[in-house]
Design a protein around this ligand. Structure first.
Ligand code: FES
Length: 160
C-alpha cells in the first residue's frame, strides 16, 4: 500500500500529537479516505499495522462513523439530513428531489461517479434546517431550487 508523500508527512507529524498511536486512528482514516476515495481492505490492513491495531478494531471504528466508508463513493457525497428539525421544514422533500435529480436511490452513486447520495441523521446544522452536507461543506436553509444550484455548481466544479 503506497500513500502520497503528503499523506506520509501528515501521518508522521500527526502521531506525535497523541499519547498512543491508536489515538490517531480517526484522523488517519479521514486523510486516507480523502486520498484514496474510500477505505479499502488494503488501506485498513496498512493502517491497522501502523497503529498497532487489529483489522477488526479499525473496522469497528469505521462502522461507527457515517463519514467513513469501505465502499467507493462518487466524487461528491451528498448527505441529506431527514432528522426531526430538517424533516419539519422539508428534509424529506429534499431527499426525494435529490433521488430524482441524480437518478439514484439512497446510498447510490451516479453512473459518472460524480455524486453519491445518502440519507443521514442530524448533521448538527438544525438551526439552519433543512441542511445538506456535501463532502466537508454544509449547505443550509435549502429548498429544492437552491439544492439544484448547489448540485449544479458541484457538477461544474467536478468537470473542470
Ligand atoms: S436535524 Fe437536520 S441538521 Fe439537525
Amino acid at each position: 500500500m503506497k500513500f502520497s508523500e503528503q499523506f506520509e508527512t501528515r501521518f508522521a507529524e500527526m502521531v506525535t500529537h497523541y499519547p498512543t498511536k491508536r489515538s490517531a486512528l480517526v484522523p488517519t482514516l479521514l486523510y486516507a479516505q480523502d486520498e484514496i476515495g474510500f477505505l479499502s481492505d488494503e488501506v485498513i490492513e496498512e493502517l491497522a499495522q501502523r497503529l498497532s491495531l487489529t483489522d477488526l478494531e479499525v473496522r469497528n471504528v469505521i462502522s461507527y462513523y457515517s463519514m467513513l466508508t469501505t465502499k467507493a463513493r462518487g466524487k461528491y457525497n451528498v448527505q441529506v439530513c431527514t432528522n426531526i428539525a430538517c424533516m419539519l421544514v422539508g428534509g424529506e422533500e429534499l431527499l426525494k428531489h435529490c433521488k430524482k435529480k441524480l437518478g439514484v436511490k439512497d446510498k447510490g452513486t451516479t453512473a459518472d461517479q460524480m455524486f453519491s447520495l445518502e440519507e443521514v441523521e442530524c448533521i448538527g446544522a438544525c438551526s439552519w434546517a433543512p441542511a445538506v452536507q456535501v463532502n466537508y461543506d454544509f449547505h443550509e436553509n435549502l429548498t429544492p431550487a437552491k439544492l439544484d444550484q448547489v448540485l449544479d455548481s458541484y457538477r461544474k466544479k467536478g468537470t473542470q
